[in-house]
Write a protein that binds this ligand. Structure first.
Ligand code: C2E
Ligand code: CA
Ligand code: CA
Length: 604
């Protein structure tokens, strides 16, 4: 609508300019005719006098001159001459008219032979001078008018150009604003932030700034649990809150779904302040969200010579990503070590496929001991990566990385194959079953092909399904869909054992235990780590064990490092123990020897 109006305004402005130009042209032509006819009066009078003196009267020419002069005076007549309104010109014309009348009377006297031609000749000389002056005045007034008109025309033109530029600029500003604004929250978006932050850093070179990137932990989960409308309200409230705090020579923006950035002046309490601010907002605004909302923060202290804004944003983003990889509610500052870590991870990512083909990934086995008779009952398969010339890399260094890029499933299935091959070998040699538990990442479990691949691998090695235990970490069950639960149930129906790993490490809901198809509960090592220091840890272990037993689950306690742990676990009736007290994870060949020894001991 506005565009249409502007189109009409511009068109009429240009039309007015064209009309003014046409009027000027017509006026100019009219003035030229006045100058021309003023010249004719001058020349024709001289011609007439010459003819009269030579005895050739010319009444026609006299009439013509009468007509021209009358037309020049009145601006209306047969010669189509416009009246020149210039006062000097009209005064001169009036004088010339008087002279002309006198000349006409003299001509009559000459024709009658009453006077000599001398007087007429003299009058003609005076007439010529006066007519000359009149032509000059006509020219001057025409030039003046022309200049005036050109002035008006130029002013109109300049005015329209100025109006055009102002409107255009305003439109551009509005467009820029809409391109740079986040539709949902009304604060800057990524592009807007980049532009404004770059200019802010230029404008305040003496301020020391930090760039903070943060997001809401499990925002997806909040969205699906409380609805997108509520999620949007949360984002808007956060945006309002940071906008009102970080303005003036500070900036904030929403750069993607629940990712926000803030360009803030450096201060030691900066991150704590932000956390308090966000917590306060949530407290006021979202009492109906019963979830405990946390934030993950990445921060970068911008040095004086910071390069371009993109590289600054990349660094804050790197810190944020790494903070997210470490867990929830984490704050992490960017430093060069992070860059080293990133380079290392890049190196691992690039190598991973080749390493799988080269057999660089090894299965280590850590036994689980029955706390009844302290003998090996089964084992957990744990991956190690032996990189030639670089040494052994522990899973903590690459599992989170491969979980992020999705390739963890290839490792999990590879280790499952290794475990199956091991059980097969054991079956063939000892004609008895051996159980191994295999870790499955949340990413793998959520893959469509996960269930069919597990079946395909175990069937390929002809492994009884009950020999495989599938360990899924507790956090993987957080927000799990009914479809996945159903698939896990199907695996259980197929005979696989399902265990919940690292129980107690996250925000576990005891209700989950009731709902999920779990046969084994693996208590997180943290419980035993706190055994000596936290009085409550013992109670928790014994209560959880009791609860698990009432739900028909076996309990494995991880991180058994001392005799004291064993004694306690035995006392409370925990089923299995796993930890350095019994054995570290060891290569499969070494494990076989250990198993043989344990079998011998069992036989005796
Ligand atoms: P997890 O499944 O909880 O495995 C137990 C970890 O605790 C192992 O670390 C083991 O070496 C360590 N551990 C066992 N006993 C003790 C003890 O007494 N004291 C201490 N301090 N540590 C003990 P590891 O092998 O470094 O594995 C770390 C994590 O990596 C595993 O934790 C598991 O979540 C993951 N992981 C290992 N292998 C795989 C795999 O093949 N696939 C997947 N998805 N994850 C794996
Ligand atoms: Ca495990
Ligand atoms: Ca564990």
């Amino acid at each position: 609508m506005r565009k249409k109006n502007e189109f009409y305004i511009y068109t009429s402005m240009w039309m007015i300019a064209v009309i003014i130009l046409l009027v000027l042209l017509v006026q100019n032509l009219g003035d030229a005719r006045v100058v021309n006819y003023s010249g004719i009066v001058r020349g024709a009078t001289q011609k007439l006098v010459k003819e009269e003196i030579s005895g050739y009267p010319d009444d026609k020419l006299i009439d013509r001159l009468d007509g021209i002069i009358a037309n020049l005076q009145a601006g209306d007549g047969e010669f189509n001459l416009r009246r020149n309104g210039d006062k000097d010109y009209q005064d001169q014309l009036a004088r010339l008219k008087e002279l002309w009348e006198e000349m006409k009377r003299e001509i009559q006297l000459v024709r009658l032979g009453e006077v000599s031609v001398n007087n007429l000749y003299e009058l003609s000389q005076i007439h010529f001078k006066e007519a000359d002056e009149m032509v000059l005045l006509a020219e001057q007034s025409s030039v003046r008018k022309l200049l005036k008109s050109i002035g008006i025309y130029t002013a109109t033109l300049l005015l329209s150009i100025a109006a055009f530029t102002i409107v255009n600029r305003r439109n551009r500003r509005m467009l820029e604003k809409s391109i740079h604004t986040d539709n949902l929250t009304g604060i800057l978006n990524r592009d807007g932030f980049k532009a404004e932050a770059a200019s802010l850093l230029r404008r305040y070179p003496d301020n020391r700034y930090c760039l903070i990137e943060f997001d809401i932990d499990d925002f997806k989960f909040l969205n699906t649990s409380y609805g997108y409308e509520q999620g949007d309200r949360l984002l808007c409230a956060l945006a309002d809150c940071i906008q009102s705090k970080y303005n003036g020579d500070q900036l904030c923006a929403r750069i993607s779904s629940d990712d926000f950035v803030i360009l803030v002046k450096q201060s030691p309490e900066l991150v704590d302040e932000l956390r308090n601010l966000l917590a306060d907002t949530l407290y006021v605004e979202f009492l109906n969200i019963s979830e405990f909302i946390t934030f993950t923060i990445g921060a970068y202290e911008i040095p004086e010579d910071c390069g371009n804004i993109q590289s600054v944003m990349d660094k804050a983003n790197m810190a944020h990503k790494n903070a997210k990889a470490e867990g929830k509610s984490i704050s992490l500052w960017y430093d060069e070590m992070l860059l080293d870590k990133l380079n290392w991870e890049n190196h691992l990512t690039k190598r991973m496929r080749k390493a799988l083909g080269n057999g660089e990934f090894k299965m280590y086995l850590q036994p689980k001991y029955s706390l009844d008779d302290l003998k090996i009952r089964n084992a957990e398969a744990l991956v190690r990566w032996d990189i030639p010339d670089e040494g052994t890399v522990c899973p903590d260094q690459f599992i989170p990385l491969f979980e992020r890029n999705g390739s963890i499933a290839e490792i999990d299935f590879y280790i499952l194959e290794k475990a199956c091959a091991y059980i097969r070998k054991y079956l063939d040699i000892f004609e008895t079953e051996f159980h191994i538990s295999v870790n499955f990442s949340r990413v793998t479990i959520y893959q469509q092909r996960c269930y069919s691949t597990i079946l395909e691998i175990t069937d390929r090695f002809q492994i009884p399904h009950n020999c495989i235990e599938i360990e899924i970490t507790e956090s993987a069950f957080n927000g799990i869909s009914e479809l996945i639960v159903q698939k896990i149930r199907n695996l259980q129906k197929e005979g696989f054992m399902i265990s919940m790993d690292d129980f107690g490490s996250g925000y576990s809901s005891l209700n989950l235990l009731n709902k999920l198809p779990i046969q084994v509960l693996k208590l997180d090592q943290e419980f035993l780590r706190e055994y000596g220091t936290e009085g409550k840890a013992k109670n928790v272990i014994s209560c959880v064990t009791e609860l698990a037993h009432t739900l028909d689950m076996k309990v494995v306690c991880e991180g058994v490092e001392k005799q004291e742990h064993v004694d306690f676990l035995k006392k409370i009736g925990c089923d299995y123990g796993q930890g350095y007290f019994f054995s570290k994870p060891i290569p499969e060949e070494e494990f076989l020897a250990k198993l043989e020894q344990s079998a011998r001991e069992l036989a005796n």
